[in-house]
Design a binder for this molecule. Structure first.
Ligand code: ATP
Ligand code: MG
Length: 396
């Protein structure tokens, strides 16, 4: 009998046509998370197995952060489908446990077994009651749930289940570029998008010396938190100082933010398409600030043709904060370092910007050249979930 980590992939199993591709990706992602450990991953009949001699807690802790997994169990594979052998093996496993109430649940993947799951459960339950003193069946709230799955060539037994994160395996839905500020919203937006199977890269706009190195490090720390779910992450750091100063000097101040965000969008879309990312993602939420009214959002969105996904568009701030706490980005996000959006904030930002005015104002500065320079000189950093980062310049 082998002790294994058993993975159930719930929602994935409804994707009939794509299931092979999804499973292959899920397996790859599990192996990526365990790359420094000795582990083997196999799958058949709707279940995935991790075979390993490593510490199971360590393996489970890593696997818990992988999207596409519905449930994780510590299981036992009995290399037999003979009911008498299964009964004895289950009994041996239960004798090592301390409990007083239990329930048996059976599942037949092998439909050739000539009886019902209910009868199999009853039969095994009776055998357990007869052989271990002092036990009772409790169907509503058992201390130990004895799950038995009768398969073609073997039988699976497991007791406790750990809830997985759900979602789709990262990478199954292509790539997106996350606009990552040091705030609370954008890391949450990134997390929710990775959960849909989109592998992300991130882009951060900095304006040294107006923004500090601490602010950049904070964004790197946030990227590192997301890297755990994303199989590492590439962070693009764009120097935005010249563009921001040019905006500040030349554009009427009520339009500062609108024009600044149009520039961010343009640069993000260029870098996204170079990196073969199909969407931009950001933490905008309807009504949160002046630049997030519907008119502002359309005036800003107008400069790109790539879809912009806003996972938090309809979230309340408190609900966003709840997720930020759950994924452990909140404490980093609230560190008080100045971001490039906050340094040039006008007293009265326009709430209903006109696209015509944006275009007119943008004629005042040779923005095309500045955008070209910013893209050309941007820095690309690979951030590993667990190790030190490696830095290299963008060679594209
Ligand atoms: P967050 O929204 O992440 O809490 P924030 O509230 O400071 O940060 P907003 O002004 O609400 O940011 O900007 C809306 C979105 O624009 C952010 O969620 C983020 O996706 C993007 N963004 C803002 N500033 C930057 C930046 N310096 N670099 C990259 N993206 C940014
Ligand atoms: Mg915000």
């Amino acid at each position: 009998m082998e002790k294994v980590i058993l993975i159930k992939y719930g929602e994935l199993s409804t994707k009939k046509d794509n299931i092979k591709f999804f499973l292959k990706k899920l397996k790859e992602n599990i192996l990526f998370a365990l790359n420094d450990l000795d582990a083997l991953v196999t799958y058949d009949l709707g279940r995935m197995f991790i075979h390993t001699n490593e510490n199971f807690d360590e393996v489970v802790n890593r696997v818990k952060n992988i999207f596409g997994i519905h449930e994780i169990n510590i299981g036992y594979v009995i290399e037999s489908t003979d009911f008498d052998i299964v009964k004895e093996e289950v009994l041996n496993l239960l004798k090592a446990k301390e409990f007083t109430t239990f329930k048996v649940e059976s599942k037949r993947s092998n439909k050739k077994i000539n009886t019902t799951s209910v009868l199999l459960s009853k039969n095994l339950g009776a055998h357990i009651l007869k052989n271990i003193q002092g036990l009772k069946v409790d169907v509503k709230n058992p201390e130990v749930l004895v799950n038995v799955e009768y398969r073609i060539n073997n039988t699976l037994v497991y007791f406790e289940s750990i809830k997985g994160l759900g979602g789709y395996p990262v990478g199954t839905l292509g790539k997106g570029l996350l606009m990552l500020s040091g705030g609370i919203d954008s890391p949450v937006a990134g997390y929710l998008t990775i959960k849909r199977g989109v592998k992300i890269e991130a882009i951060y706009f900095e304006s040294p010396p107006h923004t500090s190195n601490e602010a950049k490090n904070k964004v790197k720390d946030l990227a590192k938190k997301l890297a755990v779910y994303n199989n590492d992450i590439i962070l693009h750091v764009v120097n935005f100082t010249e563009i921001q100063e040019a905006i500040y000097k030349n554009i009427p101040h009520d339009y500062l933010i609108t024009i600044m965000r149009r520039m961010m969008y343009r640069i993000s879309a260029i870098i996204a398409s170079r990196r073969n990312a199909k969407i931009l993602i950001n933490g905008e939420s309807i009504g949160q600030v002046a630049s997030q009214t519907l008119t502002s959002m359309s005036a800003i969105n107008e400069v790109v043709s790539m879809p912009v996904i806003r996972p938090l568009a309809c979230f309340d701030k408190l609900d966003i904060i709840d997720i930020a706490k759950k994924i452990d980005t909140y404490e980093t996000s609230i560190l008080p370092f100045i971001d490039c959006c906050t340094i040039f904030v006008p007293k009265h930002p326009v709430i209903n910007p006109s696209i015509e005015k944006c275009r007119e104002y943008e004629e005042l500065v040779p923005f095309k050249d500045l955008i070209y320079e910013a893209v050309k000189n941007h820095e690309m950093i690979t951030i590993k979930a667990h190790e030190e980062e490696s830095e290299f310049k963008d060679l594209l």
